[in-house]
Design a binder for this molecule. Sequence first.
Ligand code: UCC
Ligand code: FAD
Length: 590
Amino acid sequence: SDAAGYLPFSRARVGLFFQEQPVLKNPFLEDALLRGYLKRHLPQESYSQAILSDLNTFGERVAKDIDTWGRECELNPPRLVHFDPWGQRVDHIVTSVAWKRLKDLSAQEGLVAIGYDKSFGEWRRVYQMSKLYIFSPSSGLYTCPLAMTDGAAKVIQSVGVSPPVEEAYRRLTSRQPERFWTSGQWMTERQGGSDVGSGTETVAVPQADGSYRLHGYKWFTSATDADMTLTLARVQDRSGSTTPGSRGLSLFYAEVSRFEDGRLRGIEVQRLKDKLGTRQMPTAELLLDGLPAYRLSEEGRGVASIANMLTITRIHNSVSAAAAMRRVLQLARDYATRRTAFGKLLKDHPLHMQTLARMEVETCAAFLLVMDVCRLLGREESGLASQLDLHLLRLLTPVVKLYTGKQAVAVVSEGLESFGGQGYIEDTGMPGILRDAQVLSIWEGTTNVLSLDVLRCVARSSGMVLHAYFAHVKSLLAGASGVSSLDPAVKAVGSALSELEQFVQIATSRSPSYLELAARDLGYSLARIYAGALLIDHACWKDASPNDTYAALRWCEQELCLVTSKQKRGCYDSSSASMDAALVYDNLIQ
Ligand code: UCC
Ligand code: FAD
């Protein structure tokens, strides 16, 4: 048995080597770009120091406690209890202790409230979203209800903070856990989540007191343990008829409440979805069976009225996308200091560093895109926005959402590989990051639908949003003139911008179907060029580091204006559409 003591492998021994796991450190302190961005942009006001100190303290909490709560939500996913032990229908969505804790924490930390706190001036959104950015990957997806809650508060603000939604607004923006409410966003029905105008069957039956009762079936409702919701329905006239299409939709506010016997008032939870990711959070199918509701929009103005919610939730989505990339990188670079292969640490393998550096550049670009939209939102809400800012905000919201949603999946997937086989192992927590990233390009508007939203806002503004875009990118580039180290990047963005301007001129003179086929590439081009300009602009800052310059140069080495080469190849011509279909269906159905 003495001899066995020296055997590394025997019945009770599984070897002597155990890999150290990657360590999550304070995500605020670990993020040079976030800190640099805030240092650069926050004004010399008394509140700036308070913001930095709060983010630092919160970052510490995220690493020490909150991350564990988020993990607990994954391990104890919600479940649906349809009946109580005596057969009474209760439709109770049972959530974990950690999920409830995250709700209280969200109120205390002001994760919605900060966005409505005027004392932070035009920087309220940058502050709020910076906090959500360091919270998101550890939040157990609590960022999802927070996004919808924020969106609902924004809608209420836009329709007027008065009864019946005055109290709801106070609760949505409260910092007191016992008062804090979350909101749902029930838009999607079986017939269509993108095309809600055709897909919405839910009807609103007027009541004598001016309220309504909703009857319908909502196919996807996330964070369904919410206290209230905003939803769409068609008002029935006296004969029971409704107006079809988008023009028949109105926006409604409804509280989720229970009768004294425990049954939900006007709602039956049919089932919880069995999802690829976002498992921490309930997503339910709901039968609305006489749900009491109040109309918030004019009749037929439902889509336009809920657009404010879409803007906010799409920005939250982009924040979560950038945050997922940042988190996987923080863990990957830590791991590279602990894992040895071929006789040296991973960090000493140039090819591994190149891989992480490519992810880093993507992440920097995503972060700057996201923060710029938050900056614009803060300016709009504090009444400081110029017309140019407003145009940029409208155009960039779908652009940033569609681009970062896709980038997140690519970067997180690459990130998993950087842990080798361990990246694929469920209880490292890594696979969950990839699963959760996959939803970011689906909900709140898919990539194509957002690309078409870009076309919509260009058309509705008679091209003004693009004029604003071109003018702003040029002004960012002008700020870099004379910085020789950035010359190649400035030239690359400048010529990509000219190509894009030429493309727009040609494309707008062609048929609408031409632009439709170009929409996705246009969205990507707008994102890549704008990100290039932001990276250059950041690298021009007096306290910028050589890394910032290097990131800008690297970013601008790629194809920035995707539409040019594809246009030359005729990819948007009408013949392409039929050839694409023939290729997909192998000429089987035409
Ligand atoms: O997925 C969901 C929740 C997931 C959980 C929350 C996660 C949050 C992030 C968390 C991170 C961890 S809720 C479901 C989301 N569903 C969507 O996003 C729907 C996607 N489909 C679209 O966006 C479509 O483009 C529609 C539904 C907007 C198309 O509707 P219409 O009616 O066909 O569109 P119209 O006719 O073009 O526009 C109607 C009006 C117009 O205003 P007016 O009449 O004044 O000209 C448009 O300008 O709505 C206006 N409008 C907008 N305004 C439409 N879209 C926008 C917009 N994006 N911004 C401003
Ligand atoms: P479809 O609209 O059928 O789209 C299918 C495909 O067709 C997509 O790839 C799309 O890009 C493409 N497509 C559609 N139209 C066009 C077009 N004109 N041109 C080119 N391509 C097009 N919804 C809510 O309302 N509330 C929620 O809380 C909610 N939570 C969700 C949670 C999860 C986990 C998921 C996965 C979804 C959730 N959704 C929610 C629904 C989500 O918003 C929709 O699934 C999404 O908007 C897409 O709608 P759809 O599923 O009907 O797809």
